[in-house]
Ligand binder design. Structure first.
Ligand SMILES: [Zn+2]
Length: 245
């Protein structure tokens, strides 16, 4: 369903991640830590050239990945979930090897600039956004995209709509501390755009909840390669109807 050409994450294929590692090296910066915002395949990748730095995630995120990696034949099963056009090019050896941070961890355990965690239940188990405090940057994971509609955990959560709205409130609570929002998929935005996206995402989720008309430019995106966002919307609207919201 998801096409690699539509991704804006730093890299999915081995070549892309090796390029990222080269670019970081060229800046004279060491890779000292990684962080996976949530346990979806495109957020738990790693390449040997990035080195052996610890890769953190929330405890719940790391637990999901441990479960994935513990199942017999997990590599082929995980590969089946990849977009077929790149499934041969995504490195799997280091896939999902995460160190879980204990629940209620407030900051990434490192010597670098203070980076706070905002753990929340939307979209996937163990999701967390990061706030780079001095720089006033929010790394949003799969939230607050200008291109994707909110993607609810319609398969896994007991109350996907309630979880999503509560999570938007948690992100809203750090809005005064943030000048820049970086979504996992989509464009970087400023403080005003952050608030616009919070409002737009709330309106979308409430319309899903109420079964109302969806008036959201992302659903019928004119951008080439993004037409399938309408499929995400249709899928979750149907799933929510089937489960009685
Ligand atoms: Zn995701």
């Amino acid at each position: 369903m998801r096409r690699a050409s539509s991704w804006s994450t730093p890299g999915l294929t081995s070549d892309e991640m090796a390029c990222l590692a080269r670019d970081v090296r060229a800046l004279g910066l060491p890779v000292v830590a990684g962080f996976a915002t949530h346990p979806d395949w495109d957020h738990v990748l790693w390449h040997a050239d990035l080195g052996a730095a610890p890769r953190y995630g929330t405890a719940a995120c790391a637990a999901v990945m441990l479960e994935v990696r513990s199942a017999p034949g997990w590599q082929s099963r995980a590969a089946e979930g990849l977009p077929p056009e790149i499934s041969d090019e995504v490195p799997m050896d280091l896939f999902g090897l995460l160190t879980g941070l204990p629940a209620a961890t407030a900051h990434i355990p490192w010597d670098g600039p203070a980076v706070g965690l905002v753990e929340h239940p939307a979209h996937a188990r163990g999701h967390a956004a990061l706030v780079v405090e001095d720089a006033r940057v929010l790394v949003a994971g799969d939230m607050l995209s200008d291109l994707f509609v909110p993607m609810l955990d319609v398969e896994g959560a007991t109350d996907p709509i309630g979880d999503y709205l509560a999570s938007l409130d948690l992100l809203d609570a750090v809005a005064d501390d943030v000048d820049t929002v970086i979504p996992g998929h989509g464009s970087v935005g400023g403080a005003d755009e952050f608030r616009t996206r919070l409002d737009r995402d709330r309106a979308y989720v409430r319309a899903l909840r109420d079964g109302g008309e969806i008036d959201d430019p992302r659903v019928d995106s004119p951008r080439p390669g993004w037409e399938w966002v309408a499929d995400i919307h249709a899928h979750q609207a149907r799933a929510l109807t089937d489960r009685g919201r």
